[in-house]
Design a protein around this ligand. Sequence first.
Ligand code: PLP
Length: 481
Amino acid sequence: MLYHSTRSTQHWVDSAQAVLDGLAPDGGLYMPETLPAFDWKACLQGDSFSMAAQILSALLPDFPDMEALVRRAYTGKFQTEDLTPTVKVGDYTVLELFRGPTSAFKDVALSMLPQLMTAAKNLKGQEQDIMILTATSGDTGKAALEGFKDVPGIRICVFYPHGGVSQVQRAQMATQEGSNVSVCAVEGNFDDAQTGVKHIFAACQGKELPFRLSSANSINIGRLAPQIMYYFRAYRDLLDRGEIQLGDRVNFSVPTGNFGDILAGYLAKQLGLPVGRLICASNANNVLTDFIRTGTYDRRRPLHKTTSPSMDILVSSNLERLLYLLSGDTELVKGLMEQLNTQGTYTVPESLLQVIQKEFWADFCDDARAARVIGGVYQDLGYLLDPHTASGWAAATDYRAETGDSAPMVVLSTASPYKFPAAVLTAIGGDTRGDEFQQMERLSVITGVPVPQNLAGLRGKPERHSLVIPKEQILDYVLSL
Ligand SMILES: *Cc1c(COP(=O)(O)O)cnc(C)c1O
């Protein structure tokens, strides 16, 4: 099985090379030529580790002993053996993706990616160090730093928008330990940071560098593929609890930013899992809601700062993969991406829009509504949602009301509520005095749920990374490392 870019079929690589490269040379994203036949029913029999190994082997067939890589990635790092537990909350099932080492759902993928990257490096006999470049809207950065710290032969450099992440998120990154890590704030928003990183890849093409560039963003297929597992895991939990029969369709509501998480759900469906509708939940930055409802993607709008910063995004990179998967047309995708680049907008053909709308449904939720959802769910059901998850909950509710589709609904929970204590306290009527650390403690006292240890331990940790640079200097900064 070979991979090619979403924008052309001229350049083919194997799965190890796709993981090493991150981005295809023409700026597109790597996709397999066809998805393999997959025994999804057999996959559902195993535990989370075995599910992950089977799915990853199917998508990344060049990696030997995937089971060992999976064990090394996850053993002892998550709060529960099943990695991503589910909880029944009212009418929905909440899939808790935040039980990993940094309390972010990105831990699932970013614990795995360093194992894949190291294996790919060995497979390809690549001796030069790899430099991972990552732009983060908050959670990716810490999860990537934690995953890659002190991995031999790999260095990592993380850029985040100055003032665009929470106090806890900033503390998580600024205190990062490890001999191979760099962290730098950029004056600008997340899109500035992400665009800056993309430009580095373009500018360094063909240049002699002391390292080889790669990426930990979900543009890397090695980052996307590990996320498929938890859709299977959730389905299995519903089976085990007798809520569904094998083959029944299950809907998933996904708080969405870069479109990686929800695309993993679509890939799960392509592998055979009976996924019904995938509900794309956004915050006030509702560019995806508009796109899925109208077929026009238009990034020419202000970026709003919201209480769910990991979804404050105007350009959702992985949407490009969906456009390719559903159209099979690299020329079309190339043209659309060029229009996005030059005009800031594109419109997909009507036939493509119809396929998109068959698989996806979209909705958004502003901060005020997210707060009402958090307050309501806590009061009525005793469960604490974070603001990202609240948007997924709201979209699930609207979906059911508008369509009458009452199939079982899984709401993906992408962050611990303790990472956004001010917003959560406000929503449940608590007092928000003090800094975020005091707020976390107060939240814990009110709810009786302890603060995750990785967050509680941040206080008093020495700050190691405090540089802020203008966005024009991102390239120079990397070249100076
Ligand atoms: C990254 C992130 C998202 C968005 O996930 P995508 O894969 O980028 O769509 C949602 N919620 C939280 C808390 C995140 O960290």
